[in-house]
Design a protein around this ligand. Structure first.
Ligand code: ADP
Length: 484
């Protein structure tokens, strides 16, 4: 099975476009994945930032607690309360930010520690403000330890967040690498396929087209012996076959035109010669008559008989040449062929010697109509039957059939003679090819020209009775009216 141009283009460009589309989809998909991961990283940073802010808010509250402890009086209560409120707000934001990245423990622990710091200050430290220095140092140490604990928790939280962020960064890195590898692979593949398609186009399409182009140029330059090799997709194979057929047809029609021109030239020349010979031959015949009268009664005049025979032969040749020169002057009209054949046979029967061959005629139908020049067809038939009679000889047989099929009629004449002599078989229809002592060799040439003028042909084969078989094949309607 041969592939078509359309298939090559569709498959090739389909693969290239498909790979481009895939590369685009992969890129778009990975861009959105990268965006997600970068968003996650931003959330981690945000959570860490919130942790720092929360810790400094807690430290600020502790700072107010320390100041009040040092002063021994609740002098900073307003600032302290404000710092506590700010620290709680920060704690809420830290919890929210941690939750958004899936980490809950740290923020809750800091809250618990801050609750304890606040509770301890409110319940134990505040009522004891202004007491001894050593007790104040103990309170301060406890409050500092709680604040430090909050800082440690925040460090742990930071560590967890950093670890998770590192995982996300790793994932981001591998997504980028994978995307890069997939995009490069698919783009390289599509370039490779594009190159393969281009090579296939050049090999399977451009080359045969170039060969056709060269062949066309050669024909344009007058070289008719051109043949293109049928290769490539089926359309180009069909084109190459069509081209070769066209060249063959062109060669055949050139040959036919040359043949027709040759025949026309010979015909013209023959007609000229025949016309010029006719008059002198007439004069010779007249003088022969006079001569015969003058020597009448003296002795049997053999020489005059020989001259008369030869002059008659010359006149037959001249007559034949004239017929050969004007075979196309046909007057075609509707003619009934069965009757026409019978008429010819009756006339020949009267003219032939009694011991001549037996003639049988078998028409396929009682009547067969065709548009032909009746006189020309009779001339052809007379010639073929006379030849068959000469070949079959006394006591021989001639079979004639007439049939009609597919717009053609066929008259077959076969005989029981020895068949066509091998030495003239190839040139049978050329003028002056004869094996008979008194033959002109013009009968078949004239018949062939007349049948061709009807758009038909004469075929020769071996007949069933050992002799030759001539088949006259002519279109039933080869166009009415006179032809020139
Ligand atoms: P002619 O009859 O004057 O020779 P034709 O052109 O009619 O010219 O025939 C040419 C030659 O073809 C004949 O001389 C003969 O050798 C051969 N020929 C024609 N018809 C037959 C036939 N039926 N059987 C054998 N040979 C034939």
């Amino acid at each position: 099975m041969r592939i078509r141009v359309r298939s090559i283009l569709t498959i090739g460009f389909g693969i290239v476009v498909g790979l481009f589309a895939l590369a685009t989809l992969v890129t778009i998909g990975s861009v959105s994945r990268v965006r997600n991961l970068e968003g996650n990283l931003a959330h981690f940073d945000h959570a860490k930032h919130e942790g720092h802010l929360t810790l400094s808010a807690v430290q600020k509250a502790f700072m107010h607690q320390s100041r009040m402890l040092i002063r021994g009086e609740p002098s900073d209560m307003d600032e302290y309360n404000e710092a506590c409120r700010a620290a709680r707000q920060r704690l809420n934001q830290l919890e929210e930010a941690s939750r958004s990245v899936g980490v809950t423990e740290g923020a809750e622990d800091i809250r618990r520690t801050f609750d304890e710091l606040e509770r301890y200050f409110g319940e134990a430290v505040l009522p004891a403000l202004g007491e001894s220095r050593s007790e104040a140092i103990g309170y301060h140490n406890h409050l500092a330890a709680l604040t430090e604990h909050a800082g440690t928790i925040n460090e742990d939280l930071n560590f967890i967040l950093e670890e998770r962020a590192a995982d996300v960064r790793g994932e981001l890195e591998s997504v980028l690498k994978l995307t890069q590898a997939a995009t490069v692979t698919m783009l390289s593949l599509s370039v490779l396929v594009a190159v393969i398609v281009a090579v296939a186009l050049v090999r399977f399409i451009a080359r045969p087209v170039a060969e056709l182009h060269r062949a066309l140029n050669a024909i344009g330059g007058g070289t008719m012996n051109v043949h293109v090799t049928a290769g490539g997709p089926s359309e180009l194979v069909d084109l190459a076959h069509g081209f070769n057929d066209m060249v063959s047809a062109l060669q055949e029609s050139r040959r036919l035109i040359a043949e027709q021109e040759r025949r026309a030239a010979i015909g013209e020349l023959a007609a000229g010669i025949a016309h010029e010979l006719n008059n002198p031959l007439g004069v010779i015949r007249g003088y022969l008559k006079v001569l015969r009268k003058e020597v009448e009664g003296e002795q049997p005049n053999k020489d005059i008989d020989i001259i008369t025979d030869e002059v008659n032969q010359c006149q037959r040749i001249v007559q034949g040449l004239l017929e050969l020169a004007r075979p196309q002057a046909l007057e075609k009209q509707p003619t009934e062929l069965v009757g026409l054949v019978r008429e010819v046979l009756e006339r020949l029967d009267k003219a032939r010697a009694a011991e001549g061959p037996t003639i049988s005629f078998t028409p396929a139908a009682p009547a067969i109509q065709a548009t032909v020049d009746g006189q020309a067809m009779k001339r052809v038939l007379v010639n073929l039957v006379n030849n068959a009679g000469d070949a079959a000889g006394p006591g021989g047989e001639i079979d004639i059939t007439l049939e009609e099929s597919e717009g053609l009629f066929v008259i077959s004449v076969s005989d029981s003679g020895a068949g066509i002599p091998a030495d003239i078989r190839d040139d049978l229809f050329k003028p002056f090819k004869t094996t008979k002592p008194d033959g002109t060799g013009l009968g078949l040439a004239i018949s062939d020209a007349l049948v061709r003028a009807h758009g038909g042909r004469i075929e020769v084969a071996d007949g069933a009775k050992g002799g030759a078989l001539f088949r006259v094949i002519v279109p039933i309607t080869s166009g009415a009216g006179a032809e020139t």
